[in-house]
Design a protein around this ligand. Structure first.
Ligand code: ZN
Length: 73
């Protein structure tokens, strides 16, 4: 009879722990949706964190930052 009680307690704890783990998983912050931006020079779409920002404009590469600078002058 004692074994049955122990099994019941173990099962009860198992269910509680499982629920807690599920809650922890579901409350994890969602992966930040990566914003796409367009290169001001060639129009290529790139991720904002990979883009080079200059004067509130985004560029796919340093070359296009330079190219845009030259085209403005
Ligand atoms: Zn570009």
């Amino acid at each position: 009879m004692r074994i049955l009680i122990l099994i019941a307690i173990a099962l009860f704890l198992y269910i509680i722990i499982n629920n807690q783990l599920r809650k922890l998983k579901s409350t994890k912050p969602k992966t930040i949706t990566e914003q796409m931006v367009q290169c001001e020079h060639c129009g290529l779409h790139i991720l904002q964190n990979e883009a080079i920002e200059e004067d509130h404009h985004f560029f796919c590469s340093q070359q296009h930052v330079e190219a845009n600078r030259h085209s403005k002058q």
